[in-house]
Design a protein around this ligand. Structure first.
Ligand SMILES: Nc1ncnc2c1ncn2[C@@H]1O[C@H](COP(=O)(O)OP(=O)(O)OP(=O)(O)O)[C@@H](O)[C@H]1O
Ligand SMILES: [Mg+2]
Length: 242
């Protein structure tokens, strides 16, 4: 369970990126955070993995307030959290297997174990045959599968996705979202998924929060918000669906 308690984030230049946000993300859910560019979505995600600290309020992960964690505690928290990005973030000079193995190397996992785990992960995300290839030779969808494999290498129980499908065509988006939904079920993985597309929410989210200009407009079960919202910001996002 991830809880944001009256979170605000103001940057040193005075930008208020988040204003008084309270949100409960249940364990095992696929929780969508939707909003326009600049709404504060990425900032919110960085608060959950402790990369940013709130200016006010508290982030609590499984009863542990992040502000009480020391360096070791924060490191342990980050080991429980995987992250994937729109730009994939793969290293061009490492082949696919070595990209996936990187977090395991950093965690000091022995070579034989790394190799076995990589093979298992690449098979799970459907690109077992790409282990020796370099990122430049993969399609966008395949690159995101590598990103997912790498994010899951250390067996996290939370996966944060920042516009993970925004660079992909609709069909590839659907296949990557289907993979995320399968992983959510199989591993009881809590997925927090940022998007600006209501279609993505509709495809896999069980809950959704709508952010607009640093504020939380509404949050709740996805079917309820999608079918019954009367909020202008939500209706505008619904109106943009392809
Ligand atoms: N380090 C920073 N310093 C100052 N302002 C920042 C910083 N990071 C983000 N911002 C500002 O905070 C606001 C929210 O940014 P954020 O990146 O969270 O938005 P977003 O919803 O993820 O947008 P996008 O959909 O374009 O990725 C924006 O106005 C942005 O310019
Ligand atoms: Mg962003």
């Amino acid at each position: 369970m991830i809880e944001l308690q009256s979170i605000s984030k103001r940057f040193p230049d005075g930008t208020a990126a988040l204003i008084d946000i309270s949100l409960s993300i249940p364990r095992g859910s696929i929780y969508g955070i939707i909003g326009r560019s600049g709404a504060g979505k990425s900032t919110l995600l960085r608060l959950i993995n402790g990369l940013e600290r709130p200016s006010a309020g508290e982030v609590v992960v499984d009863e542990a307030p992040l502000s009480t964690l020391d360096a070791t505690g924060l490191r342990r928290l980050r080991q429980r959290i995987g992250m994937i990005f729109q730009s994939f973030g793969l290293l061009a000079n490492r082949n696919i297997a070595d990209n996936v193995a990187l977090p395991l190397e950093l965690a000091g996992v022995p070579k034989a174990e790394r190799t076995a785990r990589c093979a298992e992960l690449l098979a799970r995300v459907g690109i077992a045959d790409k282990a020796d290839i370099y990122p430049a030779h993969l399609s966008g969808g395949q690159r995101q599968r590598v990103g997912i494999a790498r994010a899951l290498a250390t067996r996290p129980d939370i996966l944060l996705c920042d516009e993970a499908t925004s660079a992909l065509d609709p069909q590839t988006t659907r296949s990557v979202l289907a993979l995320l939904a399968d992983l959510n079920r199989e591993m009881n993985l809590t997925i927090v998924l940022i998007t600006h597309e209501m279609e993505v929410v509709r495809a896999i989210c069980d809950h959704v929060a709508v952010l607009d200009q640093a504020r939380l407009i509404e949050a709740g079960r996805a079917d309820t918000v999608l079918s019954g919202s009367r909020e202008q910001a939500t209706l505008a996002l619904l109106g943009e669906e392809r």
